[in-house]
Each structure stands twice: as C-alpha cells, then as structure tokens.
Design a protein around this ligand. Structure first.
Ligand SMILES: [Fe+2]
Ligand SMILES: [Fe+2]
Length: 341
C-alpha cells in the first residue's frame, strides 16, 4: 500500500471528477418536487408486464390478472426496500471512510463522496415514500447486504473492495430497474422513481468504475479476489430478484401450483424471457470485467467460475463485442449517456 503515498490522479480521472462534482452541484433529486406523488394507487402496474417473474412461463396463465398486477407491485416494492437498506448502509460506510481520512490525499474524490452520500440519503427517503404511497410494507432485511460492509471494508486499508462491491450492486440494480420500469406503459410514479434515481446513479456507477480503473494496481490482492467472488455474487443477485417466496406469498396466488416452489422457482429462473432480460442486464458489466481481467477467457480456472455460475454465454458475447470493436468506437457503456424511453 506504500505506492499510495506517491499516487497522483490521472488527468482523465481528474476531469471526470470535475464533471461529476459539477453535475451534482447543478441538479440533485428533490424529495418533494421530482415525482408525481399525487398519482392514484388503484390498478397501478409498477413494472412492465413482460418483466414480472412468471411472464413467459406456464404460470402466467395460471394467475389472474389482478395477481399478475400485484406481482408487479410487490416485486418492485421488494427492490425498493433492498435499495433502502443498501443506500442506508453505503452512505454510512462512505461517510465513515471520509471521516477516517483514508482518502484525504485525494480531496476531489472526497468532495464527490460527499455528493454521493447526500444523494443516497435522499434516494432512500424517496423509495420509502414510494413504498408508503403504494401501501407496501417492508420486506425481511437482505442479510447478505449487511455483511458486505462489515466483512469487506476494513478501515485501515484502501477501501477498493468495498467500492467495487458497491458498484456491482448499483450497476446490476440500475440495469434491472431500467429494464423493469423505464416505460410509459407503467405507473408514472414508479417510472419517475426509477428514472430520477438512474440520473444520479449513473454518476455513482461511472465514479465507481473509474475508481477501480484508477486504483486497481495499488491493491495487489484485489484482482484475484474479484475473479473469484464476482460471478457467484452477481448470480445470486440476479436470481434473488425474481424468486422471492415472500413476494409470492404476499400476492396470495389462488392456484395451488404457486405453492410448489420446487417447480415454480426453476421454471421462473430458466425461462427464455428471463434469460434474455438477464443477458441485457449483464452485457455492459461483462465488458467491464473483460477489460479489467476480472473475467479472463484465457484462464481456465477463472472461466470455470463464470461457467459454474451460468455466465458462459455472457462471456462469449462480450468477447465477440471486443473482437468486432474498432479503435475509436465510442464507449457504449458510459452509463451517463443513457437515453430515457
Ligand atoms: Fe441510490
Ligand atoms: Fe448510488
């Protein structure tokens, strides 16, 4: 870690920090003003029909229209609740880093973390308000989130691993939210919750991605650990998002087939529709892992980890993208360039 003492920020990263700090000063989400809070609750779909867990499976026909709608409400509500827990944890943790002084050599970074934390505090309030609006009560606390910051975030070291885990969650969750809710066909409030959040999260994600690029060489054990832990973590997050037994029981499906979870869960996870959604969520992340060597197609041991977690096709797609990509092509994965539907 002694290299850190000599480290200065690259011009590219310095420029990005300037841009991020300016953007955060110019416009920040307001708890009162940026969402249509007067929207009626009745008959609202909170995510797209094609994105509810049972779409494209035989279970879709076994559910009533009201059960399908309720699934859209509770699946979205359970993501909102996960966001609340995660954003509370991340803002506490990042403020701790700032106060501890681990990053004080890089004041532009610290300045951006202040914006980041303030934004997450407001986001959590917005998600809480949206849950109250649609009368969705909290879900059981996602335990593995709590462990991320308690197990992986020693203060004495440079907090690269915690920053990495944070962007993995933010990036996957944001791609998922855009897939589910960036549509004029759903509740305007649910769409606004997703889109307004994404505008600020896009900055968080670009910052996190570039923190890793900038500091990866300073933390020698980082790469190996990331090669081992990234695929299983993403797989469990992707699967968790569509097979929550708590969500299914809240919908209260009438047909008893919905209580045979041993059949229901694989049907949902393996549906062609879900695999297509998952591959769109994963594509930009996979390109990033290839760039950094977190996924290394020439390393058999590493490829086994990706294969065992059912990402073989995603790796192939990313390799193919780089094979065809010519020099000077724009960065298609800059999250800040997103167009909203
Ligand atoms: Fe957020
Ligand atoms: Fe964030």
């Amino acid at each position: 870690m002694s290299n850190l003492k000599k480290k200065t920020l690259s011009p590219k990263f310095t420029l990005l920090l300037e841009k991020l700090n300016k953007a955060s000063e110019k416009k920040q989400m307001s708890l009162l003003l940026d969402h249509p809070w007067d929207e009626p609750v009745e008959n609202a779909w909170l995510k797209k029909r094609e994105n509810i867990a049972i779409y494209g499976t035989p279970y879709y026909d076994l559910a009533t229209e009201e059960e399908r709608r309720l699934l859209s409400v509770y699946e979205t509500g359970s993501w909102w609740y996960t966001f609340i827990v995660f954003e509370n944890l991340v803002s506490e943790y990042y403020m701790k880093i700032v106060n501890h002084g681990s990053l004080k050599k890089f004041p532009e970074v610290v300045k951006y973390i202040h914006h980041f934390c303030k934004e997450e505090i407001v986001h959590a309030m917005v998600f809480k308000k949206a849950m109250a609006h649609f009368q969705i009560t909290p879900f059981p606390s996602p335990l593995n989130l709590r462990e991320i910051y308690s197990h992986n975030a020693a203060m004495s070291e440079f907090p690269l691993k915690a920053i990495y885990l944070t962007i993995l969650i933010e990036w996957l969750a944001e791609n998922n939210a855009m897939e589910d809710c960036n549509s004029k066909e759903i509740s305007p409030l649910s769409r606004a919750v997703a889109v307004e959040h994404h505008k600020e999260e896009a900055r968080h994600i670009e910052w996190g991605k570039n923190m890793i690029r900038e500091f990866i060489d300073m933390v020698p054990e980082f790469l190996k650990e990331a090669q081992e832990s990234t695929a299983p973590m993403l797989r469990s997050m992707l699967d968790m998002s569509v097979c929550s037994i708590v969500v299914y029981s809240r919908v209260g499906f009438q047909n008893p087939a919905f209580r045979d979870y041993k059949k229901l869960i694989p049907a949902v996870l393996e549906s062609e529709n879900r695999q297509k959604i998952n591959s769109r969520i994963m594509a930009p992340l996979m390109r990033y892992f290839l760039e950094l060597g977190i996924c290394d197609p020439n390393d058999d041991e590493n490829m086994k980890v990706w294969r065992d977690n059912r990402f073989e096709k995603d790796v192939k797609d990313a390799v193919e993208y780089f094979r065809k990509k010519s020099a000077g092509t724009e960065d298609i994965d800059n999250v800040m360039n997103k167009n909203y539907d």
